[in-house]
Write a protein that binds this ligand. Sequence first.
Ligand code: PLP
Length: 520
Amino acid sequence: MTDPTPATTDPAAPRVAGLQLAEAPEAVLAALAARRRGDAPTHGGRVLSYVYDPGVPALDDLAADAVRAMQPVNGLDPTTFGSVAALERDVVAFARDLLGGDEDTVGTVTSGGTESCLLAVQSARDTWLAARGLAPGQARPRLVAPVTVHAAFRKAAHLYGLRLDLVPVTPSGAVAADVLAARVDDGADDVALVVVSAPSYPHAALDPVAEVARRAADAGVPVHVDACIGGFALPFWPDLPDWDLRVPGVTSLSADLHKYAFAPKGASVLLHRDRDRQRAQYFATTRWPGYPVVNPTLLGSRSGGPLAAAWAILRALGRDGLGVLAGRAREATLALRAAVGGIEGLRVVGDPAGPLLAVAADDDAAPERRVDPHRWADAAAERGWVLQAQPGLDQDGSVRLPHTTHLTVTPVTADVLDDLVPALVAAADDVRGVPRPDVSAVLGALPLLDADAPLDSAAAASLLGAVGLDVAGTGDDPEDGGAPGVGPMAPLLALTEELPAPLVERLLVELLARLVEPRS
Ligand SMILES: *Cc1c(COP(=O)(O)O)cnc(C)c1O
């Protein structure tokens, strides 16, 4: 069948009388390319977070072509655009088969991990409320999870009015099944959902899914497995305990297509073991004078592009192809784990499951031989490798989690190990014995603040200036993206750990908000 909406072949010569393009498409694209020039590289393995490069250019081309083919379609209405339903069925079937579901497992393709997590929580909350004949706002049920659970669940609790009940983890990022399960099997009737991760983002800890799910099921509490990062990689990891829908008591699972299924950003899948919990995720209304609204996800109109790209990549790779790529990422992860473990003054945190790991200072080393992980990340950045600094965390009534540096490992990492490993070793040599930045002078120079008083944007901006962050942004050249490239992370992270979290959060909002304000 031919597409009823043919592309204009010569867009420079619009067919609409009186329409004159303000700028030729080639010039617009050149301007776009100029703005992209300052970006971190998305390919080649230099950035060890955010991007998931399979190292297979043909997949990039396939995804781009699939997006283009689907571009004009509105995913809002699969009854008008049947292709949307057809592709989504295929993706859900693939994920269901890979992740231990059965014929009753249903699912939805969402715009990403955060949306999958939000919807899992919303469905759990509304199911909990409905069972008690309550409306939203009439009760605030609990969401129980290890403190390492992805921030998307904090966002979900915030948006949907749940109380977060976070369980401390050991400094290696592991949660004791007993401690977690005790929060649900104490007879409490107010838990809407337990969330465990496979694995956790900060430390790659595989939470004790089976034990927690068994105890939660006994208490009648649903369990969501957040496999956003692990979902398309862990199925190919040997020697792991069951962690997916095979585990009785697991009621839903999220897995990001735009991570280890290598789709462009904008695709994740949320699976539910049972139909009714998925139906609770929908929003429907006929009580307005427009078209009947039936939304399985948070958006209304949405692009079919990310779905088509994810579908195309899954179809091209198949399960075997995914397995080969996961195997490459695993090889690289094991090599990095050994290499980092061999660097004096650093240590790999815990027992990472999957293609990611966190690195902390080795406290067994003498202070002058220790390597601060954020200094290390900054030194690696000087050498052209971008690692992700993670803050330490005080856990209420429990041990403090150390600050760490995160590495997400992709198949292409395996191709660059010969450059990466020596760079990581040299970066550690650069900063061995250098302590964390002392931020007391900066802190001392800050005006005294009432921690409870809200900051307005002007006050926040002046505070940012006081701590040395240029809110006007660099790159005043309108020809480039003006990426702020915040500079060394070690001082910034040290500072954020010293200031009250609400203040830091407000300052970061200001920083990011100013970044997109029009420049006069
Ligand atoms: C990435 C991630 C998310 C959130 O996914 P986004 O696609 O960034 O919204 C949730 N949970 C885990 C464990 C993740 O790694």
